[in-house]
Write a protein that binds this ligand. Structure first.
Ligand code: UDP
Length: 484
């Protein structure tokens, strides 16, 4: 049945880092343009909950009643994978296995969906949009610079191992150390998976990027006008950002909110490594010492280590409710820092914390969502990139906005020592440099808000997307009336 208002099907790859941006996109389509939205979620494990709400973090994340959340039944693709396959290759094989499930779901929807949005790992689903006469977009919950780099990857000579920076026509170059691992290593099987994704982008009607005009005007201009870039990629790029989860201060909870309220303005450093980032135990120990030696106030979201190598003193610390809040920290750390900071196990209400007036800095892995959440709250960043495009994110925000400091050694290439960590923390939280960074961060915050004004790039993008879908619906109605 052809609906009266557009229905959108959004597909999220496994992981909260993919689901969260899709939820925010869904909310915008619903609240501003009256779409019906169903988010389809791919899970990586047979045991993953099939209760959609369990996939979202335990916080009033967004109202799940606004949209439908459908978990696609688990498909086992392990027989198609070899033990040497890396993460992107595995993800690509796994996602491919879900194409029939999504086809079945789309076919059984009461109202014909008008719009299909997939994320970077869902590009193989784009062909389904043609089967169902849908508008098809890829949503890259990252920046335009990352998109520009991605579309250039198929141009690289696979045989010639790259050693230098990557020049992108009309855009800032990507320094060698900041380039994604698979790109310059033809031995790496992920290279092929990445090239395929890059080529697939050209089969979409457009690409949505979580950025805005003021943040990346040069790159957005080049994606639209640079002759070489247009030859390889001639689709519309829609800046739709900064899309971040709205703050719900209630969720901070009495104790944390009270503690934050009691701290001086902009005096607390928030430390977190995204939805899945973890550190080695040696690195955790160094970070703990760096924090303690800096004598700055902090909130630290602590996760189990990636490897349990026995370094650092092992003990279980208890919080007020008697739950385990840390596993490996230097002996006595929690006692000594009792008056300085809070260690929160596993997951914290990040957007709420960053929005609090006591927060003055963010030590972050620079995932793009975290980076944006910091920018929209005017909070400067100490960059601690771990994987994926996080080095690029840190470089972008450092060079374009001057609101980030980066360590001398990349955290992916070695252990950051306590002295350097201490110095970086003090620089951002106390020094003149930090004060200047905070002033600049507040300016960025202002520009981020402007993206959502009537003349802003984001509202314009959403209006165009909605118009395209409305036009498609009108065409479908016209066709249906001829047939009938
Ligand atoms: N997040 C959160 N609490 C945490 C850790 C992460 O709410 O304790 C949220 C964070 O606000 C962000 C997302 O999880 O929206 C992480 O996305 P990002 O792109 O920063 O990193 P990724 O998890 O993809 O590495």
């Amino acid at each position: 049945m052809i609906p009266t208002k557009p229905h959108a099907a959004l597909l999220a790859s496994p992981g909260l880092g993919h689901l969260i941006p899709m939820v925010e996109l869904a909310n915008r389509l619903i609240t501003h343009h009256d779409f019906h939205v169903t988010i389809f979620v791919v899970t990586m494990e047979p045991t993953a909950s099939n209760k959609p709400i369990d996939l979202l973090p335990k916080q009033p994340y967004t109202s799940p009643t606004l949209y439908n959340l459908v978990v696609l039944p688990y498909v086992d693709s392990s027989a198609q994978m070899s033990p040497s396959d890396k993460i992107m290759t595995r993800l690509a094989i796994m996602m491919r296995g879900y194409v029939p499930s999504l086809r079945a779901e789309l076919g059984s929807m009461k109202h014909n969906p008008t719009l299909l949005v997939v994320d970077l790992f869902g590009t193989e689903f784009l062909s389904l949009a043609d089967e169902f006469d849908m508008v098809k977009y890829v949503y890259i919950p990252s920046n335009a610079w990352f998109l520009a780099m991605t579309i250039c990857v198929p141009l690289l000579d696979k045989q010639a191992k790259h050693v230098g920076p990557l020049n992108i026509p009309g855009c800032k170059r990507v320094e060698y150390d900041d380039i994604l691992d698979p790109i310059f290593d033809p031995e790496n099987k992920d290279y092929d998976a990445y090239v395929r994704i890059a080529l697939d982008l050209g089969t979409a009607d457009g690409v949505l990027v979580n950025t805005w005009e003021h943040l990346e005007s040069k790159t957005l201009f080049s994606l639209k006008n640079n002759k070489i870039l247009r030859e390889i990629f001639n689709k519309r790029v829609y800046p739709v950002g900064p899309l971040v989860r709205p703050v719900s201060l209630d969720y901070l909870g009495g104790e944390l909110l009270e503690w934050l309220d009691d701290q001086p303005k902009e005096s607390v450093l928030y430390v977190s490594f995204g939805s899945g980032g973890t550190l080695s135990s040696q690195q955790t120990t160094e970070l703990a010492w760096g924090l303690e030696m800096s004598q700055q106030r902090f909130i630290w979201v602590l996760r189990p280590h990636i490897e349990h190598d026995g370094a650092g003193a092992l003990f279980h610390a208890m919080d007020g409710q008697g739950q385990i809040i840390s596993q490996y920290l230097p002996h006595g750390f929690l006692t000594r820092t009792h008056n300085l900071g809070k260690v929160i196990p596993m997951w914290a209400p990040q957007t709420e914390i960053l929005a609090h007036k006591s927060i003055g800095g963010f030590l972050s892995h620079c995932g793009w969502n975290s980076t944006l959440e910091s920018l929209v709250n005017g909070v400067p960043i100490i960059a601690w990139p771990l994987y994926a495009e996080q080095n690029m994110n840190a470089a972008l925000v450092e060079e374009e906005l001057g609101v980030v400091i980066r360590p001398k050694v990349l955290p992916t290439k070695g252990v950051l020592g306590r002295e350097e960590i201490k110095k970086m923390i003090i620089k951002v939280m106390e020094d003149d440099d930090g004060i200047k960074m905070r002033v600049r961060a507040k300016e960025v915050q202002k520009y981020a808000k402007e993206a959502f004004t009537i003349e802003g790039s984001t509202l314009k993008s959403f209006s165009e997307i909605a118009n395209t879908c409305e036009n498609r619906l009108t065409d479908q109605r016209a066709k249906a009336s001829i047939i009938n």
